[in-house]
Structure formats: C-alpha cells, structure tokens
Design a protein around this ligand. Structure first.
Ligand code: SAM
Ligand code: DTB
Ligand code: SF4
Length: 343
C-alpha cells in the first residue's frame, strides 16, 4: 500500500450505521481488522506508559455523574489545595524513573481562570518539559488565549473528553453542553497543541450512543492524536455507583473500533484496569490499545501496581515505548506523521 493509500484510510465522514456495523462484527474478525490497522501504523510490541497526577483535587462545581471530584456528590473526595510545583515535579521525576514518558496533570476545574493558579500550571508544564517528558494537562474549558499560553509553556497535549454520545450527554452532565466541549477542543487545536479526547463506556449508554461517540471522535478533523477509552470506575456516592462493571469484551470492541476509525491515534486503555484480568487487558492491547496509565493511582482512584504492569508487559514480550519527543525545546507528543516503518 502506498503512503497516499494509507492517507486515504483516514476518514472524517463516518456514520453511526457504519460504526455500528463494525462494532457488531463477531469479536475475533473485529480484533483481526483492528490489529491489521494497528500493525500498519504503530510498533507492534510497544506500549506507552503515562502517569497521571491530580494537581488540584475535588470541589469541582460541575455535576458529571461519573466523577468523584464533583462537589455535587458525596464521595469522600474533599476539595484540596493545589499542589506546589516542586511536589508535582518530584512526582514527574519518579514517573520518569519507573518508565513513563508522558505526564498528565489534572485539575478539578470547570474552566481555567487566568491568575496565579493557572500561572502555576504553566510552571508545572515548563518543569515537566525540562525533564524531557511529554506534558499533558486536563483543566476543563479553555479559551484560545489560555491555550496559546499553554503552548508557549511547551504543552504537548490537552485532554478534554467528549465522554459519551451527544444524545446521552445530558443524562450524565447538566452543567455544560456538548458544544462547550467542542469549542474547547477547537481552541486547543488552534493553539497547535495535540488533542487527547475520548470517553467512558459503562455509563448506562446504548451501543448506538457508544458508536455516536466513536464516530464524533473520528470525524474531528484532524482526528485526536490520543484517544483515552475509559471503563467507568463506579465510585460510591456518585449517581452511577450502582452500575455494573463493564464487560471486558465491550471494552475490547470499543477499543478495536477506535483503532479502525483512528488509525494513527494512540488509543489509551485508561481508567478501569484495576480488577481486570491480565488476559482481558492483553485482548485490549491486541485490539489496538497502545498506551496505559501507569502508577498506583489515576486521579483519585486506584490503578494496578506498577510492578504488576511491568510483569504483564514482560510476560507478553511487550516493551514500554521510548520517549518520542525532540530533546529540550523541540515539539513532541504527536504520533509520527508517517505510518510505522515495518508496514
Ligand atoms: N475537570 C476536567 C474535565 O472534566 O475535563 C479534567 C478532569 S476530569 C476528571 C478528566 C476525565 O476523567 C473526564 O472527562 C472523564 O472522562 C474521566 N473520568 C472521571 N471520572 C471517571 C470515572 N469514575 N471513571 C472513568 N473515567 C472517569
Ligand atoms: C482520561 O480519559 N482518563 C484519565 C485522564 N483522562 C485524565 C482520568 C481517569 C480518572 C478516573 C477517576 C479518578 O481516578 O478520579
Ligand atoms: Fe469531574 Fe472534570 Fe466533571 Fe469536574 S468537570 S466534575 S473534575 S469530570
């Protein structure tokens, strides 16, 4: 296949019906298709390790039904002071030492407000870049000017999830609308920061809602460089606390479809690995996921032990992906523009 043909495989006009037809394939042919796309565009045995840190926890005014950090839910996650830059950089250094190449900092904000707290985030970004790691933040809604400031600080990626399909969105969040999310994503793009945008499965959505989400993500032009696929972590005290655990096969299907629709993107097997079997996680990696969150904690909830994850990768003959960015000062974070060399 020529490079031109491979480019042609990136489509931004997916319909829900087309996505649904892929989603409903028998599982193994679906995984085969996804694996074939994966091998064209990505190293077959590499998994990027990313570490998360909540730099400002709890007390968020939004009412996202899944989120332990919303002030509207009584989850035992209290509002805390923002971390100091030094504390954050100590965590980033530890993350790098254990093999992470990307450090993602989260704040429980509805939106970014200009001022000392945002200035501190800019310092955190500069500090993480000085460690030669990819820097990602997730801070809620953002203006074009604020995105520009993050870009100037060296930010590689901004995480802002669409979370679910448009029509299911209002059952999950009432304090903002889908369009608000899309506007922030546009502001991030305009500033030249790569987009990390995905969602959550297992929030009571229908399969069509899930397919709507996947189609919306794939139809963003350009497609997000990074697509986190989270399985709901049902936290006590949230309105979704009693929802059943996501069936791993459903997670595999969502990941496989994401891989087929968004061939060049990093697909991240994100929240929800705690308690999942090694075999289920391996199926997710086989279906096209090529990144995991690494380290004992996500933002506020537990993640598998780092040692267990390293053992999983080792036993499967997989290895942590090397840092892809240019040395200090260069831009990094975006997946390689060209398909992988062995394609
Ligand atoms: N406040 C910012 C925002 O909403 O964009 C950033 C932080 S927020 C915690 C980042 C993402 O984490 C959410 O968009 C959601 O997709 C994911 N998330 C939060 N709670 C989760 C849960 N219980 N299970 C799975 N994913 C979750
Ligand atoms: C994403 O999609 N998942 C991560 C990251 N982006 C910021 C967050 C998962 C949070 C899970 C719940 C918690 O630990 O608070
Ligand atoms: Fe949680 Fe972010 Fe929603 Fe706030 S905006 S409740 S931190 S997901």
């Amino acid at each position: 296949m020529t490079t031109a043909n491979r480019e042609a495989t990136i489509r931004n006009d997916w319909t829900r019906e087309e996505v649904r037809a892929l989603h409903d394939l028998p599982l193994l042919p679906l995984v085969d298709k996804a694996r074939a796309v994966h091998l064209q565009f990505h190293a077959e045995n590499e998994v990027q390790l990313c570490t998360l840190l909540s730099v400002k926890t709890g007390g968020c005014p939004e009412d996202c039904a899944y989120c332990p950090q919303s002030s509207k839910h009584d989850t035992g996650v209290d509002a805390e002071r923002m971390l100091d830059v030094d504390q954050v950089l100590a965590s980033a250094r530890r993350a790098k030492e254990i093999g992470s190449t990307r450090f993602c900092m989260g704040a429980a904000w509805r939106e970014v407000k200009d001022g000392p707290a945002f200035d501190r985030v800019l310092d955190m970004v500069r500090g993480v870049k000085a460690l030669e790691m990819e820097a990602c933040v997730t801070l809620g809604m953002l203006s074009e000017g604020q995105a520009q400031k993050l870009k100037e600080a060296g930010l590689d990626a901004y995480n802002h999830n669409l979370d679910t399909g448009k029509s299911h969105y209002k059952s999950i969040i009432s304090t903002r609308v889908y369009e608000d999310r899309l506007t922030t994503l546009k502001n991030v793009r305009k500033a030249g920061i790569t987009v990390c945008c995905g969602g959550i499965i297992g929030m009571g959505e229908s399969i069509d809602d899930r397919c709507d989400l996947l189609a919306t993500l794939a139809n963003l032009d350009p497609q997000p460089e990074s697509v986190p696929v989270n399985a709901l972590v049902a936290v006590a005290g949230t309105p979704l606390e009693h929802l059943p655990k996501v069936d791993p096969f459903e997670l595999v299907r969502a990941i496989a479809v994401a891989r087929i629709l968004m061939p060049k993107s990093k697909v991240r097997l994100s929240a929800g690995r705690e308690g999942m079997t090694r075999e289920a996680q391996m199926l997710c990696l086989m279906a096209g996921a090529n990144s995991i969150f690494f380290g004992e904690k996500l933002l506020t909830t537990p993640n598998p032990d780092a040692d267990d994850d390293l053992a999983l990768l080792r036993d499967a003959g997989l290895k942590p992906a090397p840092f892809e960015g240019a040395p200090l000062g260069g831009s990094c974070g975006a997946p390689k523009a060209e398909p992988h060399a062995h394609a």
